[in-house]
Design a protein around this ligand. Structure first.
Ligand SMILES: [Zn+2]
Length: 129
């Protein structure tokens, strides 16, 4: 199994947890932690990336760049913000320092995410069936 992990140096423009339906579907998760960084700071090998185009709320194109090997979404772009890329925090080698400034698209959040901390916790997968 191979998953993309990104190592890079950048300055953060913004940080968010995005709860929009498009982020949920593209990540297969309840939300997507995102760092907005300058496009000029994005210095990665793009030869293995594929691009998926869809329309954002504004009707303008948005692009999701993902690894052709493992399918991991690495970053997104919006045509309306050409100088910024939306880096998926889960692709960073170390994201322990990440601190979201805001929850975007909160009106689309999954109602059960507030209960995550209440669910029992275990190391790895539970034992047994
Ligand atoms: Zn989103």
């Amino acid at each position: 199994m191979w998953f993309c992990k990104v190592r890079m140096f950048f300055s953060t423009v913004f940080s968010t947890i995005c709860h929009c339906l498009a982020c949920k579907k593209s990540t297969g998760s309840a939300f997507s932690p995102i760092l907005g960084i300058l496009k000029t700071d994005l210095n990665i090998d793009r030869t293995k990336l594929k691009k998926y185009e869809s329309l954002g709320d504004s009707g303008n194109p948005i692009y999701r760049h993902f690894c052709e090997n493992c399918g991991t979404t690495i970053y997104g772009e919006m045509s309306t913000r050409p100088n910024v890329v939306f880096l998926k925090v889960g692709t960073l080698h170390d994201s322990s320092w990440f601190k979201p400034q805001i929850n975007t698209y909160w009106e689309q959040h999954s109602s059960w995410i507030n209960e995550i901390n209440e669910a029992p916790k275990c190391e790895g997968m539970p034992k047994g069936n």
